[in-house]
Write a protein that binds this ligand. Structure first.
Ligand SMILES: [Cu+2]
Length: 307
């Protein structure tokens, strides 16, 4: 089954946020090409403080607090594997429940209009962590993994979802005990590079250099998009990544580092990255609103050189 048909199928089943079919980058071990994520930038230009929440992913479940405080939140996704996982965060309109979400997913059809893609950390390789900062307003949220298993089933269909309630920070002080699991605070430098997602491409405000970065990823396109960062193996290209995802034969052409999962128009997330010199791929696997094909098939992939 091709990536294309798999994504089409997912689109038909109403899994709009289908993401990183990158999937199978799972087994990836690039050895020396180790890229550390979540390293604390050394810049003293500390302007952005966020609450830290650690989310653990495994086959096929999330471990995360039931309740979070509203505001800027640094989500650290720890993938315990063995498969690849991401944490797509969607907010449900007031009055909609996690049960409504499950019913809508099972019913298929187009994505419900009461569900909003707010991003979240994209997939790190198994055994690794990816860190993405999101802004959470009070409401009902679902953490979801749309990455398919080798059998073609997205993990969400295997129950990989977690309902999270976000409450106003002020309310939390009186609602005891609020188990936010988010006691720690993190201070990051202001984003130094902005990536704008378009139909269908990735625009960078400046070249990404080796070292620590906070990349502000903003979707200004009509459609929802994601960005998956992949550290490419020597001589490999983003096209090789797509081909390998469709038919995972031979050694993987790269190692996934994270990024942001699907974001609706107007949403932005900050991605924390530690980059080594080398070649990287930027890819979007979200299904197209028009033809259901993953956006990589519409050219939404890019190779960049980090010096
Ligand atoms: Cu896209």
């Amino acid at each position: 089954m091709s990536t294309t048909s798999r994504h089409s199928g997912r689109a038909r089943r109403g899994l709009p946020l289908a993401a990183a079919a990158a999937v199978v980058l799972a087994a990836v071990t690039l050895g020396a090409a180790a890229v550390r994520l979540q390293a604390v930038p050394t810049s003293v230009e500390a302007v952005g403080t966020a609450r830290v929440v650690t989310v653990t992913a495994r086959d096929y479940a999330f471990t995360a607090p039931d309740t979070l405080l509203a505001g800027r939140t640094e989500v650290r996704l720890v993938n315990e594997g063995p498969e690849l996982h991401h944490a797509a965060i969607v907010r449900l309109d007031d009055g909609k429940t996690p049960a409504d979400f499950v019913r809508a997913m099972q019913a298929g059809g187009p994505p419900p209009t009461w569900m909003h893609e707010v991003g979240g950390p994209n997939a790190p390789a198994p055994g690794r962590t990816s860190t993405t900062i999101v802004d959470l307003e009070p409401g009902t949220y679902m953490f979801l993994c749309f990455i398919p298993s080798p059998d073609g089933k997205p993990h969400v269909m295997k129950g990989m979802m977690k309902a999270v309630t976000v409450v106003p920070a002020s309310a939390a002080t009186v609602a005891a005990p609020v188990s936010t699991g988010a006691g720690a605070m993190s201070t990051r430098p202001e984003p130094d590079v902005t990536m704008t997602l378009r139909d269908y491409g990735f625009d960078l405000s400046a070249p990404l250099t080796s070292g620590s970065h906070v990349v502000r990823v903003r979707n200004e396109a009509a459609q929802g998009h994601e960005v998956l960062f992949v550290r490419l193996a020597p001589g490999k290209t983003p096209q090789d990544v797509v081909a390998w995802v469709e038919k995972p034969a031979g050694p993987p052409p790269g190692m996934p580092l994270g990024g942001t999962v699907g974001m609706a128009r107007g949403v932005s997330n900050d991605v924390v990255l530690e980059l080594e010199p080398g070649e990287y791929g930027l890819l979007c696997f979200l299904p197209d609103a028009g033809d259901g094909k993953p956006h990589v098939a519409h050219g939404m992939m890019r190779q960049i050189t980090v010096k």
